[in-house]
Design a protein around this ligand. Structure first.
Ligand SMILES: *Cc1c(COP(=O)(O)O)cnc(C)c1O
Ligand code: SF4
Length: 343
C-alpha cells in the first residue's frame, strides 16, 4: 500500500481535496458573482466555513446567484436570520452516542462518525455544529468503536458516515474493514459519502483495491441533490465502483431553491440511474440552525412525491422521510399535517 503522507506522493484526489476553495471572497470572484454577496458570505462563513472542491466548482454556472449547485455551498445572510424551531443538534445525535463517534439509534445497524472532515461544506448540513474533534470514531484506530461492536451481536451492519469517511486514507479504511471482518455478526459495511460526487478522482486504484477484496458486502449511499451534480467523471467513477461489487444508492435532501421541483427531482432520479445508482431516501431538511431558508413544508413535499410516483417507475421514486429524535428508524412522511415538518 502506498503511504501518502509525503506531499510529493499525494494521490490526485488528495491534491484536489487540498485545492478546495475555502475563502468566500474567492468563491464569489471566481464565479463572477455580485459584490453585494460578499459581506454576508464572510459573516456566515465564520459560523461554518466555505469549502468547495474544484470538480464541484466546475459544475456551477458562473454569474448565476440562483444556481442550484451554488446555493448548496455559498454562505448567505439568510443563515443568520432568527430561526425559531431550528436547533444546533436537531436529530439528537449527541444523546445517541454510546462511545465517542458511535451512534446506535436503530436496531441492527450502527453509525460511526468516521472523521470530522468533509470534502465539501453543504450549508444545510445538520452536522454543521457537531463537535467532531472530540467525537470521531477513527481517532483511536477504531479501538473503542470496534470494542462496542464486539459486545453486541445484534449489530449486522456498520455505517461509516461523517464528516465524510472517504476523506480518510485507504489504509485506515481497509484497517477498519479488517477489524470488522473479525466480528462474525457483522455482515455489511455501508459508506455514506459525497466524495465520489464532488471529487470523482477519489475512486482510484487505492480505493477500488480494498473494496474489491472486501470480505463484507459493501453498500455506498451517495448524496446527490441535483442532476447537474452528475457529470461524466461521476458516471465513470460509479461504473468502477459497481465493477468492484459495490451497491450504489442515493440520498438527497429536499431543498428549497435547489431541487423542490418535480422536473428536477424526476431528472435527478433518471440521471442517478444512468450512473447505476438507485434513489434511496429523499430527506426532509433537518431543522438545524442556519438552514431554515432551505425548508420545504410537508404538504409541498408530498405533492412533489405524488408527481414523481405518477411519472417514474416505482424503483426510481425515493422514500420521503424525516429524522425524528427517538424514532426507531427514519420516519416516512405520509400525511399532510403530521409532524413537525409542517409550517
Ligand atoms: C440514518 C441513520 C441510520 C441508517 O438508517 P437506514 O434507514 O438504515 O438507512 C443508522 N443510524 C443512524 C444513527 C442514522 O441516523
Ligand atoms: S456531512 Fe455530508 S451534507 Fe454535511 S457537509 Fe459533509 S458532505 Fe455535506
Amino acid at each position: 500500500m502506498i503511504h501518502r503522507t509525503d506531499p510529493a506522493r499525494q494521490a490526485p484526489w488528495q491534491v484536489e481535496l487540498a485545492a478546495a476553495i475555502r475563502d468566500p471572497e474567492a468563491l464569489v470572484r471566481v464565479l463572477g458573482l455580485p459584490d453585494t454577496l460578499l459581506a454576508a458570505a464572510h459573516r456566515a462563513h465564520e459560523h461554518f466555513p466555505v469549502r468547495v472542491p474544484p470538480a464541484y466548482l466546475a459544475r456551477i454556472r458562473p454569474g448565476d446567484p440562483e444556481d442550484p449547485l451554488l446555493r448548496q455551498v455559498l454562505p448567505l445572510d439568510l443563515e443568520e436570520a432568527p430561526q425559531p424551531g431550528f436547533s444546533r443538534d436537531p436529530v439528537g445525535d449527541l444523546a445517541a452516542q454510546v462511545v465517542p463517534g458511535v451512534l446506535h439509534k436503530y436496531e441492527g445497524r450502527v453509525l460511526l462518525t468516521a472523521t470530522g472532515a468533509c470534502a465539501i461544506h453543504c450549508r444545510y448540513c445538520f452536522r454543521r455544529h457537531f463537535p467532531y474533534a472530540k467525537a470521531h470514531a477513527a481517532r483511536d484506530h477504531w479501538a473503542q468503536a470496534t470494542a462496542h461492536l464486539a459486545t453486541d451481536p445484534s449489530i449486522r451492519e456498520v455505517i461509516l458516515s461523517g464528516g465524510d469517511p472517504l476523506t480518510l486514507h485507504d489504509d485506515k479504511l481497509a484497517g477498519l474493514m479488517g477489524a470488522l471482518h473479525a466480528l462474525p455478526h457483522i455482515k455489511r459495511l455501508r459508506l455514506h459519502t459525497r466524495v465520489p460526487v464532488v471529487i470523482p478522482s477519489r475512486v482510484d486504484d487505492g480505493l477500488l483495491g480494498w473494496l474489491d477484496e472486501a470480505p463484507l458486502a459493501v453498500a455506498m449511499v451517495l448524496h446527490i441533490n441535483h442532476p447537474r451534480e452528475v457529470d461524466d467523471a461521476v458516471v465513470r467513477a460509479c461504473e468502477r465502483l459497481r465493477a468492484a461489487r459495490v451497491t450504489l444508492l442515493n440520498q438527497a435532501v429536499l431543498l428549497a431553491g435547489v431541487n423542490d421541483d418535480a422536473e428536477v427531482l424526476a431528472a435527478l432520479s433518471e440521471r442517478v440511474f444512468e450512473a447505476g445508482i438507485l434513489p434511496y431516501y429523499l430527506h426532509m431538511l433537518d431543522r438545524v440552525e442556519g438552514a431554515a431558508h432551505f425548508a420545504v413544508d410537508a404538504a409541498r413535499a408530498l405533492g412533489l412525491l405524488e408527481i414523481l410516483r405518477a411519472r417514474l417507475p416505482g424503483y426510481l421514486v425515493p422514500r420521503l422521510v424525516r429524522e425524528e429524535t427517538g424514532a426507531p428508524a427514519k420516519v416516512p412522511v405520509v400525511a399532510v399535517g403530521a409532524g413537525p415538518g409542517c409550517r
